[in-house]
Design a protein around this ligand. Structure first.
Ligand code: SF4
Ligand code: SF4
Length: 437
C-alpha cells in the first residue's frame, strides 16, 4: 500500500456554514406526543418495560438495555403510553418504539436522585443507568467506553470539541453556554478513571469557545488545544493522531492507543447527571438549511417528530430537496419529517434544491484526489473497482472495513461519483461474506 501521508490526518477543506453559531439555545415547546425508539445506539436494542396505558414521568425507564453494549431508554415527557409500535429507521432497519402522549406538564420522575459515584466501577454503573450514548453523532453507549479494559494503559482523555461538520453548532453552543459543565465533567471522569492527561481539542474556527474553556481550565491541569479547521478533524482516530501523534491500528480501539475520547456534550451531560440524576431525555440540535425559515439551536425532547422541530424553526421556507438528520457530510437522509429525534441527533438540515449537489457517477478519471483526501489512507478508487467486480477479498485486502464513512472522497471527486455509498456497500458485502463462513 502506498502511504501518501501519515495515517489518520484530516486535510479536506469544507465550507463551514456555521450560520447559527450566535443563536442561543431555545427550549422547544411541548410536543403532543413523542415516539421513543428502543434502538438509538450502537449495539443490542433495549427491551420495552412499559405497556399501553402506563403513566410515565420525564426520566421514567421505558426500555431496558438489552445487554452490555446497549443503552437504557427513558421517557422525555410526562404522560401516558399510548402504544408500542414498529418503525423503519432511516437506515432501513425495523425498530421497536414506545409512543407517549404528553400531559404537557413535564413532571420529573419523583424517584430521580443523584447517583452515588466514588470510583470507576460506580461511574460506569451510573452512566449505564443514565442511557447516555456518544452525543457527537456516533451513538456508542458511553458506559462501554468508560469501561477501560484491564491492562490497557489509558493515559489521555480527549474531549472532542472539533465539531467539523458544516452547519452544525450545537456543541459550540454547549461550549459557550455551559463551559463550566464541560470542565466539571472532564475533572470528574479524569479523577474517577485515574487518567493522567486531559485535553479539550477545539477547531480554530471557534475562538470564543477556546478562550472561555482556557480561562475556566486554569489551575485544573486541562489543556485546551486549537486544531486546524480541516475535515474530518472530529473523527475519533484522526483526533487521536492530531492530539497525541499516536495512531490507532486498523481494527483496534482508542484504548489501544492509550486514549479515551468523549464528545463535548457527552462530558457536559456526565457532569449534570452526576449532579441531578436526570437520565438522557433531551438533545440540543441545530436546525438550518436553505429550506428552513429560521436557522436556530433548539433543546428538544427526544422522540419529538422532526416536523415539529421544523415548525419551531418557522417552518419550511421553500422546496426542501433533502432533509438530513445530521450534517451534510455524514448525516442520514430522511424520507419523511415524521421521524422522531434520536439521542445522538445533533442537527436537522432542510436543504434547498440549490444546496443539493447532484452525484452522477461519471467515469473515474484516475485523478487520485479521493486517495489524497481519505483520512484513513485508503484507496477509494481501487475499492470501487473491486466492488464493481464483486471481488470481496480484494475489497477486504484494500482495507474497506477501515472506512469511517466521512464523505471526504465524495466531496472532492471531480467525477461526482457516489464513493462513500460504495464504501458502505463494500463493507456490507464483506460482512455478508463473513457471516456465511
Ligand atoms: S468515506 Fe471512507 S473512503 Fe471516503 S474518505 Fe472517508 S474514510 Fe476514506
Ligand atoms: S476522486 Fe473520483 S475521479 Fe478521482 S480517482 Fe477518485 S473516484 Fe476517480
Amino acid at each position: 500500500m502506498i502511504f501518501l501521508k501519515k495515517p489518520h490526518v484530516s486535510s479536506t477543506r469544507v465550507p463551514h456554514y456555521k450560520n447559527t453559531q450566535d443563536c442561543a439555545t431555545e427550549k422547544l415547546l411541548s410536543p403532543k406526543s413523542v415516539t421513543i425508539l428502543l434502538s438509538q445506539h450502537i449495539g443490542a436494542p433495549a427491551a420495552a418495560c412499559v405497556a399501553k396505558g402506563d403513566h410515565v414521568y420525564v426520566g421514567t425507564l421505558v426500555g431496558k438495555a438489552g445487554g452490555f453494549v446497549s443503552a437504557n431508554v427513558h421517557s422525555s415527557v410526562s404522560g401516558t403510553v399510548s402504544g408500542l409500535t414498529e418503525l423503519v429507521n432511516p437506515m432501513g432497519a425495523h425498530v421497536q418504539a414506545v409512543i407517549i402522549e404528553s400531559d404537557g406538564q413535564f413532571t420529573p420522575n419523583p424517584s430521580i436522585a443523584p447517583p452515588e459515584v466514588s470510583d470507576a466501577k460506580s461511574l460506569v454503573a451510573a452512566i449505564a443507568q443514565s442511557g447516555l450514548v456518544g452525543l457527537g453523532g456516533a451513538g456508542f453507549p458511553t458506559h462501554v467506553k468508560l469501561s477501560i479494559p484491564e491492562g490497557a494503559n489509558v493515559d489521555t482523555l480527549i474531549v472532542n470539541a472539533a465539531e467539523c461538520e458544516p452547519y452544525i453548532t450545537s456543541d459550540y453552543r454547549e461550549m459557550v453556554e455551559f463551559p463550566e459543565r464541560i470542565i466539571g465533567g472532564v475533572c470528574k471522569v479524569r479523577e474517577l478513571l485515574g487518567i493522567k492527561r486531559a485535553v479539550i481539542a477545539v477547531e480554530a474556527n471557534k475562538p470564543a469557545a477556546i478562550e472561555t474553556l482556557r480561562r475556566l481550565s486554569e489551575g485544573k491541569q486541562i489543556e485546551v488545544i486549537k486544531l486546524p479547521s480541516t475535515y474530518p478533524q472530529g473523527a475519533e482516530k484522526v483526533l487521536i493522531t492530531n492530539v497525541t501523534g499516536r495512531v490507532v491500528p486498523a481494527g483496534k480501539l482508542p484504548a489501544d492507543a492509550g486514549c479515551l475520547v468523549l464528545n463535548t456534550a457527552t462530558v457536559s451531560f456526565i457532569h449534570e447527571y452526576l449532579r441531578t440524576g436526570m437520565p438522557l431525555v433531551s438533545k440540543r440540535l441545530t436546525v438550518d438549511g436553505g429550506a428552513v425559515a429560521r436557522g436556530c439551536n433548539l433543546m428538544v425532547p427526544i422522540g419529538t417528530p422532526v416536523r415539529e422541530v421544523i415548525e419551531a424553526a418557522g417552518g419550511y421556507s421553500g422546496e426542501c430537496a433533502k432533509l438530513l438528520m445530521g450534517g451534510p457530510m455524514m448525516g442520514t437522509a430522511l424520507a419523511s419529517d415524521e421521524f422522531p429525534i434520536l439521542k445522538n441527533n445533533n442537527a436537522i438540515l432542510a436543504l434547498s434544491p440549490e444546496q443539493v449537489g447532484q452525484l452522477k457517477n461519471n467515469p473515474c478519471i484516475r485523478c487520485g484526489r479521493c486517495i489524497e483526501a481519505c483520512p484513513m489512507n485508503l484507496s477509494p478508487a481501487e475499492i470501487q473497482t473491486a466492488f464493481e467486480r464483486g471481488d470481496v477479498e480484494e475489497m477486504q485486502a484494500l482495507g474497506a472495513m477501515n472506512c469511517i464513512e466521512c464523505g471526504s472522497c465524495t466531496f472532492v471527486c471531480p467525477a461526482k461519483r457516489t464513493i462513500t455509498q460504495i464504501m458502505r456497500l463494500s463493507k456490507g458485502e464483506i460482512r455478508k461474506a463473513a457471516s456465511k463462513k
